[in-house]
Design a protein around this ligand. Structure first.
Ligand SMILES: Nc1nc2c(c(=O)[nH]1)N[C@H]1C(S)=C(S)[C@@H](COP(=O)(O)O)O[C@H]1N2
Ligand SMILES: [Mo]
Length: 454
């Protein structure tokens, strides 16, 4: 498979170096910015158990006790006058983080107007995706819509049709909730075989934000919706893709579905549906209709094009599964992951993300020997329903080849399947809903590769 330099580059080369934020290279292998990170990591490990701090220095170059010019000599920034508020206006990341970017996948057909960009999961911490790195999926391009002209309409099985302005929506009681959104096609490239090199491309069609908005049920009640016979709503977007999706009323009456205008403390980004999008927790991304302009209450599923022809799963017997809404239990190790390089044997913090469209993640186990032995990872707080959950595990790499996997379980008892288990039920011709266990091979030279176990 062809890899360009960004995807195959070793972490040492500057522009290709999109891996260091995960700490694989710098934190322990070099004294450079190591001290503070070392202390931070030691602190985290100490909290995890008495045996952990020993593992931290096991097999590692010990951070130096002194003599490093970078600590001996006061740098200019410690003695001179810093810049004034040059960032009056909207702040930007450090110039040294220029590699932290959404990217188009080398595994997809390259078109002049790209329609998917992937989030750099290998470089993110915690559970929130910075809004500027949120993955994007547009069926007909994105727009920056004037909110003063945007309208939201409710019709169908209601007492009266209603048309809201943004001002009218934003004065209503709001909620703010953390949820993941995952495109149903996330990890699609792995159905048949390994197709792309990094976690950005295998799993980067997922993001997690704090969304703010008005529960859809509030708006439906204002319109006097028939909640007894109105079993579904149709949600329609305001772009040229005629994106319409059927949402079961049960998800709406539970109060979970939000007509959202906020994302991570500010208005939605244009790419993500500004000024209004539907948030449908646990359900695949396509139902999170952007540029939301209308919902219609009805008594049966609408069989819109994006649910009758697209977003269906081809089964081994040739039949199609439709209305496969819920994103099932899934996880992935983000460090070490494909394309990264471990510079030396010794301690590493294995870290990753787990999520379930059915509720909270209950437990994540990690294997470093291809699934023979498993150790329970630490789940970091907060562990929220239908949100990304961060897990961590201490690991001492002995320098031999290792296959790293994670296996998550949710509060409903569902466990992430292996590829063999998934394919036994679903075959290999699907595009959507691949939640199988991902394997990363750490090779003797430290390079990490995307592999599948047969
Ligand atoms: N109006 C509209 N809504 C849309 C889409 C679209 O193209 N137009 N794409 C859908 C798909 S397939 C996905 S995965 C998510 C992507 O949301 P994002 O671009 O904010 O990541 O939006 C969904 N909602
Ligand atoms: Mo999607």
């Amino acid at each position: 498979m062809k890899q360009d330099s960004i995807h195959s580059g070793r972490v040492q080369k500057a522009p290709e170096n999109f891996l260091t934020p995960s700490g694989v290279k710098e934190v322990f292998a070099e004294g450079k910015k190591g001290r503070r990170d070392f202390i931070r990591n030691a602190f985290a490990a100490a909290a995890a158990g008495a045996a952990a701090p020993m593992a931290l220095s096991q097999g590692n170059p010990v951070p130096s006790e002194g003599g490093d010019p970078n600590i001996l000599n006061l740098p200019e920034h410690a003695t001179g006058l810093g810049q004034g508020v040059a960032v009056e206006g909207y702040g930007k990341p450090s110039q040294y983080e220029a590699n932290l970017q959404r990217r188009q996948s080398p595994g997809l057909t390259q078109t002049t107007q790209a329609s998917v960009s992937f989030a750099p999961l290998q470089s993110l911490f915690g559970i929130v995706t910075p809004s500027g790195l949120h993955f994007e999926r547009h069926h007909q391009g994105w727009w920056d819509i004037d909110p003063s002209k945007h309208r939201f309409m409710i019709n169908g099985m209601v007492k009266k049709n209603m048309v809201f302005t943004m001002d009218e929506i934003m004065r209503l009681p709001s909620v703010s909730r953390f949820h993941f959104i995952e495109c149903g096609a996330n990890t699609a490239t792995e159905w048949g075989n390994v197709a792309v090199p990094t976690v950005q491309y295998t799993h980067g069609m997922i993001s997690c934000s704090e969304f703010t908005g008005v529960p859809l049920i509030t708006l439906l009640e204002m319109a006097g919706a028939n909640l007894k016979n109105g079993k579904f709503v149709l949600a329609e977007g305001g772009d040229g893709s005629s994106m319409t999706r059927t949402i079961p009323m049960s998800l709406i009456t539970s109060g979970e579905v939000i007509v959202a205008y906020g994302q991570n403390g500010e208005m939605l980004r244009p790419e993500n549906g500004y000024p209004l999008r539907l948030v449908v927790p646990g359900v695949q991304g396509v139902s999170w209709v952007k540029y939301l302009r209308r919902v219609e209450v009805g008594d049966k599923p609408y069989a819109a094009k994006d649910e009758a022809i697209h977003y269906i799963d081809l089964m081994p017997n040739g039949l199609q599964r439709q209305y496969t809404n819920i994103q099932e239990i899934k996880s992935v190790v983000t460090t070490p992951s494909g394309g990264q390089v471990l510079l030396d044997k010794g301690f590493y913090n294995i870290t990753g993300l787990a999520w379930s469209g059915k509720g909270k993640v209950k437990r994540v186990d990690v294997s470093t020997d291809g699934g023979r032995n498993w150790r329970q990872a630490r789940l970091e707080t907060p562990v929220l329903s239908k949100a990304l959950t961060r897990f961590n595990l201490n690991w001492v790499w002995d320098g031999k080849p290792a296959i790293i996997q994670s296996r998550a379980q949710d509060e409903t008892g569902h466990v992430q399947p292996t590829y063999q288990q998934l394919r036994a039920v679903r075959g290999t011709r699907s595009i959507y809903h691949n939640n199988a266990i991902q394997s990363w091979l750490v090779q003797e030279n430290g390079e990490v590769k995307n592999v599948q176990l047969s």
